[in-house]
Structure formats: C-alpha cells, structure tokens
Design a protein. Sequence first.
Length: 41
Amino acid sequence: MSRAKYSEEFKEQVVREVIDKERSIASVAASYGLVAQTVGN
C-alpha cells in the first residue's frame, strides 16, 4: 500500500481547520475523507 502525498498547502488548510476553527480532528478528517490519525499526526 502506498502512502498518499499531500501538498503543503493542503496540510496547512487541514491543520487550520482544527486550530483556527476549533473543530475536532475527527470532524475535520471526516470532512476531507481522511483518517483521524493522519490528521492528528
């Protein structure tokens, strides 16, 4: 299984959803179709 490659811009956008908008990691992960652990890392 190969790992997905995400752009730096995409990663920053996801992190900002958690920090700036105070959304949970699980919520952000679900909205982007990601695994919560991936977002948490």
